[in-house]
Design a protein around this ligand. Structure first.
Ligand SMILES: [Ca+2]
Ligand SMILES: [Ca+2]
Length: 520
């Protein structure tokens, strides 16, 4: 969550949303089998080990989402309220003419579109928090999910807990993982704990953050007056760990942890350790740390957080691909990030999200810039996250972009771009080199950047031309590569072939385009 996720003042209260006790865990567990053992409890009933007929399977990558490693996945991130309205009967206060109000999207809508999501090439779905949210706050609604008023129940506008369980089970049946977004920094203004005299010390009382560069303020002050939880209080720590265990037991495959910067790292170390102990070491814990300095990220991955959303790389992709900066800047940033991140392959790359202007808008609507950036994102050693609508060219407004980045999904808006996104997804899913290979620098100049991906089972060479004009480079093969003179490489986006000569790959690329070369 970033500042733009928030509203401005208090209005309509949500009725009697007292937090449930953890006895609800039993209720949640009804849809899963073998509840006696924590690890087995996480395996949904009827999980297939092969691709069912009629299910789009874009790749030979391991189908079973409980077996497939997260580093082999790619993530589709959607705002449930803005994706698809599959059940109009749960709509309350819907006003689709107002970008800040509820729009009616729900878990049934996501279930209805599972085949669509899978067809993009994505193998995991990150949804915004489904917890019960404060209805509204002055001129904004809690449609985004980051104003929890009860961490232990779903929001009825999003769907029942039974519907949530159905969503997780059906996503798994189609070979997709579920990444659940959880806000643990704060609660909504009207959360019943806020005015409970016994819970005064559950919150910080230091006013709002005024200096975002002050780490003490970031952790101990409020964001727009949202009651800021005191995670250093053992009772709060236990409560939030119970929240995590509650949702882990629904069978989801990981958490996206909101506002990591606003909570002490000591809490995250404890929380993540406990969740991994409950849900297994492969349960993906990825944090939102809003910072551009890669040196800040290592302590989290050296603790028990598997990955973070890669903001340092995001800023550089923005400078280079959207704004036409030098490819040397990108190469330098990749080197810096990979040197500082203990596990770069577990970091999550992104071009845009619900807290940023959409990439295509920053690129002035230039589709070739978006395609080039997507090609980079899908071929580097990160878990790629695609924000809903990117695949059909959705844009924000230049002003008011934080809200307009969250417009209703426009299915089918740009078939050509959709097809290109699908192709990139399939190329990544089909290639063990692109998913798991060691990344090797091969070439950098102002316009062109090239790197290799080398794995036991294959390799790939990626060349990116950021110039508006066509470019040709003769790129030396790395000694670590099995590619030799006479090796025929196929450029898998165009289908053209090139033969390696004199230890070099001759790459001819149109302006703002990518080449992904693989041995035939
Ligand atoms: Ca609905
Ligand atoms: Ca805080």
């Amino acid at each position: 969550m970033q500042i733009q996720s928030l509203g401005r003042a208090l209005t309509t209260p949500v009725s009697n949303s007292a937090p449930r006790t953890l006895s609800s865990e039993v209720q949640v567990a009804d849809d899963v089998v073998l509840r006696s053992e924590p690890q087995e409890r996480l395996i949904p009933k009827g999980l297939p080990t092969a691709v069912p007929s009629g299910v789009p399977n874009p790749s030979p990558v391991e189908f079973d989402p409980k077996v497939r490693k997260w580093k082999d996945d790619s993530i589709y991130f959607l705002l449930t309220d803005r994706f698809h309205d599959g059940d109009p009967t749960n709509n309350q206060g819907v006003n689709k003419d107002d970008i800040n109000r509820w729009h009616g999207g729900d878990l049934q809508g996501v279930i209805d579109k599972l085949d669509y999501i899978r067809s993009t090439g994505s193998t995991a779905i990150w949804i915004t928090p489904p917890m019960a949210n404060q209805t509204s706050f002055v001129d904004s609604d809690g449609y985004h999910g980051y104003w929890p008023i009860d961490h232990f129940k779903t929001d009825e506008r999003v769907g029942t807990m039974e519907k949530f369980n159905e969503f997780v089970e059906k996503a798994h049946e189609k070979g997709m993982k579920v990444l659940l977004d959880i806000p643990l920094n704060h609660v909504a203004w009207e959360h019943p704990f806020k005015n409970d005299p016994d819970k005064h010390d559950w919150f910080h009382h230091n006013g709002d953050v005024t200096d975002w560069n002050d780490q003490w303020q970031s952790e101990n002050c409020s964001i727009f007056g949202l009651p800021d939880l005191a995670q250093e209080n053992p009772a709060v720590e236990k409560y939030l760990i119970d929240v995590g265990k509650f949702w882990a037991k629904t069978g989801v495959d990981g958490f996206r942890l909101d506002a990591v910067k606003n909570v002490p790292i000591s809490f995250w170390n404890k929380f993540n350790e406990e969740i991994h102990a409950t849900a297994g070491k492969d349960f993906y814990l990825v944090g939102e740390y809003y910072h551009g300095d890669p040196t800040k990220f290592a302590p989290f991955q050296n603790g028990d957080m598997d990955g973070l959303v890669d903001y340092p790389l995001y800023y550089t992709m923005d400078d280079v691909f959207a704004k036409g900066g030098s490819m040397r800047q990108l190469a330098n940033r990749m080197e810096e990030c990979d040197r500082n991140y203990p596990h770069p392959e577990m970091m999550s790359s992104f071009l845009d999200n619900h807290d940023t202007k959409r990439f295509l808008t920053k690129a002035g609507g230039d589709m070739d810039k978006l395609k080039l950036a997507l090609a980079f994102q899908m071929t580097i050693n990160r878990i790629p996250t695609v924000y809903y609508g990117t695949e059909v060219g959705m844009q924000s407004d230049d002003t008011g972009w934080s809200e307009t980045s969250r417009r209703d999904m426009e299915f089918g808006a740009n078939p050509e771009l959709f097809s290109y996104t699908q192709k990139l997804g399939a190329i990544r899913n089909d290639s063990v080199a692109l998913r798991e290979g060691k990344r090797l620098e091969m070439w950098q100049d102002e316009q062109v950047y090239a790197f290799g991906r080398v794995a036991e089972g294959g390799e790939a060479v990626v060349v990116l031309n950021n110039s508006p004009d066509g470019q040709t480079r003769e790129i030396p093969v790395r000694p670590e590569s099995k590619i030799r003179d006479g090796t025929v490489l196929k450029e898998v986006l165009s289908g053209q072939t090139v033969t390696v000569e004199n230890g070099r790959i001759r790459s001819q690329l149109n302006g703002k385009s990518a080449g992904i070369y693989m041995p035939l």
